[in-house]
Design a protein around this ligand. Sequence first.
Ligand code: ADP
Ligand code: 5GP
Length: 204
Amino acid sequence: MALLTLRLRRLPTARDRFTGVPRLSVLSGPSGVGKGTVVGKVRSLYPHIWVSVSCTTRAPRPGEREGVEYRFVSSDRFRAMVAGGELLEHAEYAGNRYGTPRAPVEEHLSAGDPALLEIELQGARQVRRAMPEAFLVFLAPPSWAELERRLTGRGTEDPVQLASRLAQAKVELAAEHEFDAVIVNDDVERAAAELVRLIEAECR
Ligand code: ADP
Ligand code: 5GP
């Protein structure tokens, strides 16, 4: 039986009907589902879509570059950013802090660029509250077993971290219904193309 790979709860409307400003899109989903991989595909195949670079207190993984996957900051710097209102949203996840710098998002939306955030559930909920017009997409695994395989296979977490991320994944999967659309990541290119179609969809 073919997997239903896209489920829509509301129609995407990429531009605000009144201001003409493009809406913000958010991609969320459990650790290991392939968010980074799909977003990497969006960056390479659809460079007109601006992807926010988050700040994190997590240490870089092998191959991660400062200012590309993340801006790697100290806990003190992160605290100062929160205190200064510099973050659009922020959350703690598996022992590290993550946040979206506000200014670049506002600049790109004002300039008319479609903008995408890749963030976890708490952050997605904060964006929903602050910007109800944002379009929230959940990236789902084809199955739980496949999610475990991907997260374990990535080999970037120790057993304690892995257990924490799998526990958190159960919480994230239970919140799928809060999102405007669900894309099943069984194929990276197709998932990226579906995401871009949702980001670009216009009011009719
Ligand atoms: P996340 O950013 O959601 O934590 P990653 O992008 O790091 O997840 O992907 C986790 C692992 O799953 C990586 O090893 C990646 O290569 C693999 N992966 C991602 N998407 C797919 C897919 N559609 N099919 C098979 N493996 C995938
Ligand atoms: P990782 O450590 O695997 O790169 O990321 C862990 C989780 O943090 C992922 O679910 C990722 O989407 C999320 N994340 C990355 N950047 C941000 C951010 O700026 N804000 C929030 N809330 N979550 C983020």
